[in-house]
Write a protein that binds this ligand. Structure first.
Ligand code: HEC
Ligand code: HEC
Length: 250
């Protein structure tokens, strides 16, 4: 009796998480259904259009059962229709919707992480600007935990279109000093009195506003984009970077 109760409680608490599959095949099957049935209202990457974004707000916080219900039965009184397509397909679409917000380390990615590592520390030149667990350089952000901090769509955008969104504290700037010298890099700290610029060599310049004659802000990232196969392997490598043990990521 006690054991039964314990099991019932355990499955009520933990069982929730097993209703939606996470394997790459289910996510891919769900992606295909999503593109046909949902993307018109929620956008191709869940960013929202006619319907709300599935990346932020309510959808990301729905428990598994509520997410499955919303898809199968719709949201009454709104334009979200019901999709009576059978439990397996509903679960597949839900798997895709979850993959849009899941940390990269919890999803399966195509590409070869080992090849990605070689590129990162080798010919792709990423390590010249980024550290992973103490290896590499500045001025880019440390990527040791990027697989836990970012989703796969976010990694893909960061690697293939660096200028689409510039991380806070990494805006590119060119400062011209009174003595004619110029300093180029990312502005780490900026107020009315001073500017801290981290240059491509990783050197930090502390500049007083009074010593500057001009400051040119750039809209593009100082980071060059990666493309094609290289990008796929690099994303697979980055997706696995976490400072916590793989099993310990919630
Ligand atoms: C005709 C447009 C339309 C289509 C097609 C559509 N949705 Fe929606 N969806 C909406 C709207 C509008 C809402 C917001 C409902 C509300 O106000 O709570 C919504 C809400 C949701 C929510 C959040 C539910 C909640 O309780 O907050 C999820 C998840 C969702 N849709 C997933 C999907 C999926 C998956 C598909 C495809 C199988 C899909 N939607 C197709 C319009 C649509
Ligand atoms: C010249 C320096 C430089 C090089 C080379 C470089 N990056 Fe970056 N990277 C940056 C800077 C600066 C940022 C932050 C500003 C931005 O968002 O563009 C950044 C941002 C990123 C981010 C987003 C981090 C986050 O927290 O969201 C990822 C991922 C990334 N880089 C991966 C790479 C990879 C992979 C390569 C190699 C193909 C690479 N970078 C090469 C400078 C560089």
């Amino acid at each position: 009796m006690r054991l039964w109760l314990l099991l019932a409680v355990a499955s009520a608490v933990f069982g929730q998480n097993d209703l939606i599959p996470r394997d790459a095949a289910a996510v891919e099957a769900g992606r295909r259904i999503y593109m046909g049935s949902c993307s018109g209202c929620h956008g191709a990457t869940g960013e929202g259009s006619q319907g709300p974004s599935l990346l932020s707000g309510r959808a990301g916080r729905l428990a598994d059962r509520a997410l499955l219900n919303a898809i199968a039965k719709g949201v009454p009184g709104t334009s979200m229709p019901d999709f009576p397509m059978g439990a397996e397909k509903v679960a597949q679409v839900a798997a895709f919707v979850r993959s849009l917000t899941a940390p990269a380390i919890r999803t399966q990615t195509p590409g070869d992480p080992e090849r990605g590592r070689q590129l990162f520390f080798g010919t792709a030149g990423c390590a010249g600007c980024h550290m992973i667990l103490g290896a590499g350089g500045h001025p880019g952000p440390d990527l040791s935990n990027v697989g836990a901090d970012r989703t796969v769509p976010q990694l893909r955008e960061a690697v293939t279109r660096p200028s689409a969104r510039i991380a806070e504290g990494y805006r590119a700037v060119k400062a011209v000093l009174r003595d004619g010298r110029t300093v180029e890099g990312v502005a780490r700290n900026h107020n009315n009195y001073s500017l801290h610029v981290l240059d491509k060599a990783g050197k930090l310049h502390l500049l007083q506003a009074s010593a500057l004659t001009a400051m040119e802000w750039r809209d593009s990232s100082i980071m060059p984009p990666a493309a094609g196969e290289d990008a796929v392997h690099l994303i697979a490598f980055l997706a696995r970077q976490s400072t916590r043990p793989a099993g310990g990521v919630p």
